[in-house]
Design a binder for this molecule. Structure first.
Ligand code: NAD
Length: 500
């Protein structure tokens, strides 16, 4: 896993594609051999990305350490959080460039890149500037024998050099979700974006420099996982902690890599998320919500629903309604305002997802809609398109309900009682997110609290307050980020005890 299949540019014709380089100590740096960054919309080559070797990763970690020891380490909280607000302003000033870069790497509709990805990048810098500016630390007056007292108080210090490793589905959103708190807390970072989506992390380096963030505070290395920049970074002795978003298997590999040096990790990993629809749910609201939670970003959001449990009296209505919504999705070019759904990230990922489409049929699923690869014509057939797909006839024993697929698909399963719904939803090794659809207030709270997940929504999905805790249980991760919860990872506390 990890390394993208090399692709040939022979016969591509036209001008040479642009080259993406590493960014170390404030400058773009030539790295090693390069690979093709392919546009998933039509299979054309967008850019060539230079792979950072071990030496360059080492230079990036040393640059980050030097930044901590330099002027960055001496800034006040107000100065640092002021810089983070300037970064947000600079992203806004170059908003459309970020939109085009993000949509170009992923194939997602421009409208989504605008409304979700880039808008959230701006919000991330502002939210964590606010959180860090307002944060305090605990203190205790301790009573001692003989009427004496001691004062205990904690001081927060940056963790140090933080490795930030992120996936390809929401590249800038997930990157800034980590970089903003890390920098606001005074750390320096070396980031390794996904090999599939290297562009916005590189653009962010320019913006941070424009805002006045000192050299070496934000470094970018490009490459793959095992035997490449990802592994070199996580095994580097100069890295003080690793914050990672990606698959559970990679999280496990990173944990093994850092174990000998006992470094802290923060992991936001995969999901196999359930939605539970009760017979009393508002059907229109539910169908609109399910359509988003199953198909948003072509199903490539860690929070996406892949298991839909429906109370039997409304099962047929929900199935029919969801099929209708799936049929109404419009696959198309990112700049077409009518497009709702882009391609998958790559033809390699499509092969994985199609494997589950085949498996579902072998295990007896009824395919209600989709099930394969659409013929779109219009020059799109070199892209990694896939049809939105819904199944009935599967149970929790079947692999398509147990393993994360990460595509635009879901299995719909009936249930009869509240207890059964909770049992089915919690019957998974993952534990990231869930949604309960009901108009019964008490049931909404009750069932939401019984979900074994980090994020439990009622009558909505992916509604985020950036101060609230975000993360998962089980295979879905370790730790929580968001608001002050992020401070627990990105800072170390030193407790000072003074005898009075
Ligand atoms: P991935 O685990 O394959 O890759 C993620 C990143 O890790 C990439 O940058 C990759 O190069 C790097 N990597 C791979 N192997 C490595 C290794 N051994 N050492 C160091 N780095 C390594 O994940 P992906 O396919 O890019 O993303 C999809 C996955 O991410 C899904 O499982 C999805 O659920 C998960 N995800 C989780 C969240 C969350 O917040 N919980 C959010 C988005 C995506």
């Amino acid at each position: 896993a990890g390394r993208a299949a090399p692709r040939s540019t022979a016969g591509a014709g036209g001008a040479d594609p642009p080259v993406l380089r590493a960014f170390v100590a404030g400058c773009p740096v030539d790295a090693g051999p390069s690979w093709d960054n392919v546009d998933p919309v039509d299979g054309s080559v967008r850019s060539r990305v230079q792979e950072s070797g071990k030496d360059l990763v080492d230079r990036a970690v040393l640059a980050a350490r030097a930044a901590l020891d330099g002027p960055w380490g001496a800034l006040s909280v107000a100065q640092r959080t002021g810089l983070m607000r300037k970064v947000a302003d600079r992203i806004e000033a170059r908003f459309e460039e970020f939109v085009l870069a993000e949509s170009g790497d992923t194939g997602k509709p421009l409208a989504q890149a605008r409304e979700l990805d880039v808008a959230r990048a701006v919000a991330n810098f502002r939210a964590f500037a606010d959180t860090v500016a307002a944060a305090g630390a605990p203190s205790y007056l301790t009573d001692l024998a003989g009427g004496k007292q001691a004062l205990n108080y904690a001081v927060r210090k940056p963790l140090g050099v933080v490795a930030v490793i992120v996936p390809w589905n929401l590249p800038l959103l997930l990157l800034t979700w980590k970089v903003a708190p890390a920098l606001a807390c005074g750390n320096a970072v070396v980031v390794k974006p996904s090999e599939w989506t290297p562009t916005t992390a590189t653009l962010l380096a320019e913006v941070l420099a424009e805002a006045g963030v000192p050299d070496g505070v934000y470094n970018v290395v490009h490459g793959f996982g095992p035997g490449s920049a990802g592994q070199f970074l996580t095994e580097h002795p100069g890295v003080d902690g690793v914050t990672f978003t990606g698959s559970s298997a990679t999280g496990s590999a990173i944990m093994r890599t850092v174990a000998p040096r006992v470094r802290p990790v923060s992991f936001e990993l995969g999901g196999k998320n359930a939605a539970v629809v009760f017979a009393d749910a508002d059907l229109e609201l539910t169908l609109a919500g399910l359509t988003r939670s199953v198909f948003a970003n072509t199903g490539q959001v860690c929070l996406c629903t892949e298991r839909v449990y429906v109370e039997r009296p409304v099962f047929d209505d929900v199935v029919a309604g969801l099929v209708k919504q799936a049929e109404a999705l419009r696959l198309g070019r990112p700049d077409d305002p009518a497009t709702t759904t882009g391609p998958l990230i790559s033809t390699e990922h499509r092969e994985r997802v199609l494997g589950y489409y085949r498996l579902a049929e072998e295990q007896g699923a009824r395919v209600l809609v989709g099930g394969g690869v659409p013929a779109l014509g219009d020059g799109l057939d070199g892209g990694s398109w896939i049809s939105p797909t819904l199944w009935t006839g599967l149970t929790n024993a079947d692999a398509p309900l147990r393993q994360e697929i990460f595509g635009p698909c879901a299995a719909i399963v009936p249930f009869d009682t509240e207890d059964e719904a909770v049992r089915l939803a919690n019957d998974t090794d993952y534990g990231l997110a869930s949604v309960v659809w009901t108009t019964n207030l008490s049931r909404g709270h009750r069932v939401a609290q019984r979900m074994r997940v980090g994020l439990s929504w009622v009558n909505t999905w992916f509604l985020r307050d950036l101060r609230s805790p975000f993360g998962g249980v089980g295979l879905s991760g370790i730790g929580r980020e968001g608001g002050e919860h992020s401070l627990d990872f990105y800072t170390e506390l030193t407790n000072v005890c003074v005898a009075l």
